[in-house]
Design a protein around this ligand. Structure first.
Ligand code: NAD
Length: 328
């Protein structure tokens, strides 16, 4: 079975591709190696894929290319049974600077994939959506009935993309599922995210920097839980046509998260506070009943367990990962 993973050199797509290769599937990764953060992290991920294939997994092919290139997308989708569409211009704050690019990559890029999948027929189209589609919470935890009023161009682009996926499911019978991820973290995570940043700074005796007063809350989801939800969709059709939350259900104040990491790594450091960014969500918290009901999704890692696992991984990989985090 051939699985096309777009954005497969990135954090989440990288873990998906690694798992699919390890499970013996033939994997094609399409990624344009966007320099949003240090490219050596992506190159390391591609090396891990190649090693996993060489260790007796399925086959692996890396294609450097852009989801905005409709001809290339047509060709690759035509060779695939499953599409896991993870490629996106990520990042809430930078989307405020360049909304047009978010539209081109996240919306037009997704449409290229959907058109190709509709024309050639695939077993399933699974795409990464985001908690950013909800915007300001009217109530928490967010369930999928919560209004979707994104407050950033990034959130607007993810909402448009997932609505297209669900509409294609309705109109063209394309089996499509959108997973709304809630701040995913774990090994090889993007360096410009709170957990990698806090850990890296504390490891180097520098205080964690918090934007705002630190009372904003986040539902951090460990990467393994995200991978399991995606793997389940290889065989489970119960969520076709649906968008659903994939979170941890365990939310934490950013200040508490920073304190926990600081206490484990450098207890003498004082936290530093800087001005909050307007586009940042104040609170996120996932209700995961729908994913549990439809695909048996059950998050396995509390934030404390996941952070400890990440710190262990960081220590083991410090030599190559830390310089890349600090240069990003
Ligand atoms: P990432 O930036 O690590 O991965 C995205 C990958 O897509 C990168 O490797 C990048 O090079 C590639 N890419 C970007 N533009 C491309 C293009 N035009 N053509 C081909 N490839 C392109 O981000 P991630 O954290 O792994 O996120 C994966 C997906 O999950 C994204 O769709 C993102 O919007 C979504 N998501 C992530 C989180 C999170 O917390 N990490 C939360 C919610 C949603």
């Amino acid at each position: 079975m051939t699985v096309l993973v777009t954005g497969g050199a990135g954090f989440i797509g990288g873990h998906l591709a690694e798992r699919f290769v390890a499970d013996g599937h033939d994997v094609i990764v399409l990624d344009n190696l966007d320099p949003f953060y240090h490219l050596d992290i992506k190159r390391h991920t591609i090396d891990v894929h190649r090693e996993t294939a060489a260790d007796g997994g399925g086959s692996y092919e890396f294609v450097e290319g852009d989801v905005r290139d409709a001809d290339l997308v047509d060709d690759l989708v035509g060779r695939a049974d499953y599409i896991y569409h993870q490629a996106a211009q990520a990042g809430v704050r930078p989307s405020v600077e360049d909304p047009r690019k978010y539209d081109e990559v996240n919306v037009d890029g997704t449409l290229n994939l959907l058109d190709a999948a509709r024309d050639t027929g695939v077993e399933r189209f699974v795409m990464a959506s985001s908690s950013s589609v909800y915007g300001k919470p009217r109530y928490l935890p967010y369930d999928e009935e919560h209004p979707t009023t994104p407050v950033s161009p990034y959130g607007a682009s993810k909402l448009a993309a997932e609505r297209y996926a669900c509409a294609y499911s309705e109109v063209y019978d394309l089996p499509a599922v959108a997973l709304r991820y809630f701040t995913v973290y774990g090994p090889r995570m993007r360096p410009n995210m709170a957990i990698s940043n806090f850990v890296s700074r504390c490891m180097n005796d520098e205080p964690p920097v918090i934007y705002g007063d630190g009372t904003q809350t986040r539902d951090f989801t460990f990467i393994d839980d995200v991978v399991e939800a995606n793997v389940e969709l290889l065989t489970n059709d119960a969520a076709d046509g649906e968008a659903m939350n994939v979170g941890s259900t365990d939310n934490i104040e950013i200040k508490t998260l920073a304190e926990e990491i600081r206490d484990q790594l450098a207890p003498d450091l004082e936290l530093v506070y800087e001005e909050r960014h307007d586009a940042d969500a104040e609170h996120t918290h996932a209700g995961t009943d729908k994913a549990e009901e439809l695909i048996g999704y059950e998050p396995t890692h509390t934030i404390r367990e996941g952070v400890s696992e990440f710190i262990d991984w960081y220590r083991d990989n410090r030599e190559w990962y830390e310089p890349l985090v600090r240069e990003s």
